[in-house]
Design a protein around this ligand. Structure first.
Ligand SMILES: [Zn+2]
Length: 211
């Protein structure tokens, strides 16, 4: 490519273009105010448990409609401003919901999946909460929980995770994009407790109703 053409291409690439809301396509903020107004809060936002492998489970928004669209946009393409907005919602949650923790651990995905996607969406969401990467890892690739029956779900994740010794004596805050049955969070909690973590709770951006 000659210099003139190179300069031309560069100048075209540098022209600021108006950003678009990845959820509805409107020009302007991402996500736009109209979409944000349609984010339905999860009810309840948080539930605490006395005798459970999980101390609490918290989800900010109900996993449907525009919230599900946002989660999909997060997984299948990097919409930086949308991801930042989602991470900011999670950043504010522990204080407003009274969630206490010492370590923030994003729910890990297998390295091969991370390599294919280029990122772990849970890590992106946890970014503003000072996460500790590499402490909880996924050592076995498992089929997605969705589409498995109850028994398959229960055994699917056994042995899938490993935790580092440094979780001993620590209260853990797990972060994920979506919380459905909670099976993944519970399996992580079992592994973390086995290494001496004192409490494990999960905070997700979106969630299905508790049952
Ligand atoms: Zn929008």
């Amino acid at each position: 490519m000659n210099d003139h053409l190179l300069r031309l291409v560069k100048s075209v690439m540098e022209v600021p273009y108006p950003s678009k809301c990845p959820l509805c396509g409107r020009l302007g903020e991402s996500p736009c105010a109209v979409c944000v107004s349609q984010f339905e809060p999860h009810d309840p936002l948080v539930e605490f448990f006395d005798e459970d492998v999980l101390t609490f489970r918290a989800s900010l928004f109900r996993y449907r409609g525009v919230v599900a669209d946002a989660v999909k946009a997060l997984k299948y393409g990097r919409h930086t401003s949308l991801v930042e907005w989602m991470a900011r919602q999670l950043e504010l949650a522990p204080e407003s919901l009274g969630l206490e923790y010492d370590l923030v651990l994003p729910i890990p995905i297998h390295w091969s999946r991370r390599a294919a996607r280029g990122f772990n969406q849970a890590e992106l969401l946890a970014e503003r909460l000072s996460p500790s990467p590499g402490i909880l890892i996924r050592v076995r690739k498992t089929p997605p929980q969705v589409g498995l029956n109850r028994e398959q779900r229960a055994t699917n994740l056994v042995g899938a995770f490993q935790a580092h010794e440094s979780v001993r004596g620590k209260r853990i805050l797990l972060i994920d994009d979506v919380l459905t049955s909670g099976g993944t969070a519970r399996e992580c909690a079992l592994v973390l407790h086995a290494k001496g973590a004192t409490e494990v709770g999960i905070l997700s951006f979106a969630g299905e109703p508790f049952n």
